[in-house]
Design a protein around this ligand. Sequence first.
Ligand SMILES: [Fe+2]
Length: 659
Amino acid sequence: MAVVAPERRAWGATALLNVTHIDAPAPPGAAAGDLLVFVVNAGDPSATTVTAPGGVTEVMGRNAFGTRIGYIFATECTGPSQVVRFELSDPTPVHVATMAIRTTSDPAALTVGTIWERSGSSNQIKAPAVTVTEPGALVLGVLFEASNASEKETDVAWSGLDRWFFSRQTAGPETVAVHYVDNAAAGLTSEVNATYLNASSIGMGVQLIIPAAPGGATPPPSAAYAMISGQQHNALRIGGKTSDAPTVYAVARPVGGGAPVTTPPVVPAPSGWVSVKVTGLDAGRTYDVDLVSTGQVLATARGETFGLSPEPFKVVTGSCQANNSDPAVFDQMATDGAAFFHHQGDLHYRDTQDESTWRAGVDIAFSTPRMRSFIAGTPVYYRWDNHDWGGSVTYRDSPIGAIAPPAIRELFGNDFPHSKALYQSWTHRGIRFVDTDQWTLRDQAVTTPETDNLTGKSMWGAEQRAWFFQTLLDSTEPLIVWFSSFPLYSNLIGGGRWGNYRHEVSIIQAFFDEHPEIRSRLVAVGGDSHSVCADDGGNAMWGIPSLNASPFSQAGGLTSGVWNIANLDVDDSRGYYSRLSFDYTATDVEFTWEAVQDDGTVMADWTNAYPIDWSDEAPPFPDLTPEVTVWNGTTEREARITVWDGAAEVTVAAVESAP
Ligand SMILES: [Fe+2]
C-alpha cells in the first residue's frame, strides 16, 4: 500500500490588539482527525510567553526576534467547531494563523529546521532548507514578520517553495506567510526567500516537516455529513460525503428493536458523495441507518419509511441559505419531528457554473454544525432554485446543466422519473406530494427581444408539464401538496419566475379550469421570496392556495402582489420556514400551514379541511411495526413465536390469524 502524503486542507487566521488571550477556531473545512497547526506571532513587551491548553503540542517553542516572539503549536482536530485558546503573559498584539492538514501524523512527529532571524534594515526574510528523510512529507516554509499595516501579498516577492497563503494582519502589526512542498522527495528542500516592500526591521523564518503517514497507513474513512433521502414505503436511502472510504454499505436498524437490514457494498463517486439504497424495510417504521466503511460506522441518520395508515404527521420546508451560514432555524426545525424536510433551493449562493465551487457550496451547507445535526435526524428532499443551480440567467443549455444533474444523483440517488430534472412525487400517510423543477429544463427566461408571451416557451419543459398533469389526474388522495418553489404571485412577476412564461401559465390555467376537482384538493407551498406571504387562492395564480415562508438565512423584504392571509417583511437577522401539519378525523384531513420563526414564534397560519370519501377505497390498514404482529380488527398486537436454539431465543414464524 502506498504511503499517503499529508494533504493541505484549509487555513484561517485571527488577530487581536493588546489581549491576554486569543481564541483560534478550526478553519472552515477542517474535519475531525485533521492535524491543526497554529503559527503564533505576537509582540514581546516584557519577556512575554504564550501558553497553549492541555493536549496541544508545542512544535517550536518561544523564539524572540527583535520586539516579537514566534511559536508553532499542533493538535489533532476534534471537529469543525473546535476552538483553541492561547494565553499570553502580557497584553500584546497577536496573530494566529491556523492550518488544517489531512494526515494520520501525530503532532509529536512534527519537526522544525534551523530558525533564521533578522534584525537590521533589510526587508529580506528567509526560511532555511530542511532535509526530508522519508519521501511523501509535507514541508511548510513559515515566515513571521513585523510589518506596517499596509503590507499586501502583492508587495511581497518570494522564491523557493510555492506559496500557500499570506495572512496580512487585521489588527496586530504582524504577518504570517506559509509556503509549501507537497509529497516532498527525500533530500534537501529549497530555501524560501521573500522580499517585503514595507517591511520593518525584523523577521523570522523556519521550515516545518509533517512526515508521511507512518508505516504506509491510509487515513481512516470519514463522513462529513449523512442524511436519509429517497424515502419509499419499503426503502430508504442514506447519502453523504465520504473521504478515504473505498466502499461503503448501509445497516438499517429498526428503532425499538428488530432485525437489522444490511446492504451490499457500493463504491462512492470520486467526489466522495454516495447514496446507498436499503430495500426490504417495513412501511411507516423509523430506522437508524449506519453508513459503514471497513467495519467503521462513519455516520448514522434517522428516518421513517413512508406510512400507509392515516395518522397525524408534520413536514417542514423552506429555502434560501446564505453561504457559510449555519442558521439557528435548523435547531428549531429539528424540534418538529417532521416526517421529512424539503429544501426548496438556494442551498448556497455560489451562482457558479464551476463544478468544484458548486460542489463545495453543497458540502459546506450540509456539513455546518446545525444543519448536519438536523439532517441526521430528519430525512431530506432537495431541489435547486436559481443560486444553487448556476445563477439567475442560466437555463436548459447552460454549462451547469451538464454538471449539476449527474452530480446531485451521486448524493441523492437516481430514483427520479427524469434523467436530468429533479421533479418527483410521493405519498405519505394518505397525502400526495408533488415537487416540480423550475430550472433544469427551462427555456431562457429573459431574452432580447422579450419573449414573455412567446407560444411554446416553457419553464418546465413539455415532458415535466405532461408528467405534472398526469400525476395530478392519477392522484386519489384527498389533499395534494405541491412544492412550487416560487410563490404564485398574483401580479405574475418576471425575473425568471412565471411572468416570463405566460403561454405556459395559460396552459396550466386551462388544465385547472377543466379540473376543479383537482384545484380544490391542491395547495402550493414554496419559498424563494425571502418573506412570509400567503394567499388562500383568492388572488394567487390559478386560484390555488400559495403558502410561503423563507429565508433560512438571508436579507428579506415585502413581497409584491396581493396576499389575503399574510404578507410580512421578516427580520433580516432571523430565519423562517413552513411547518405543515396533517391531522385526520373520521371524515376529513385537516391541513395547517404555519410560518415559523427560528425561535418557534408562529408568524402566520392557515387551516383548511379536505373531506375523505372512504367508500372509494379500501379502509385504512395500519402500519404493522414489529416483525410478527396480528391485527385483531381494532388494535395491533405483538404475537411472536420463538424457539430456544440452545443459545438464544429465536423468532421463527408469523401469526396468520387474529386472536
Ligand atoms: Fe433565495
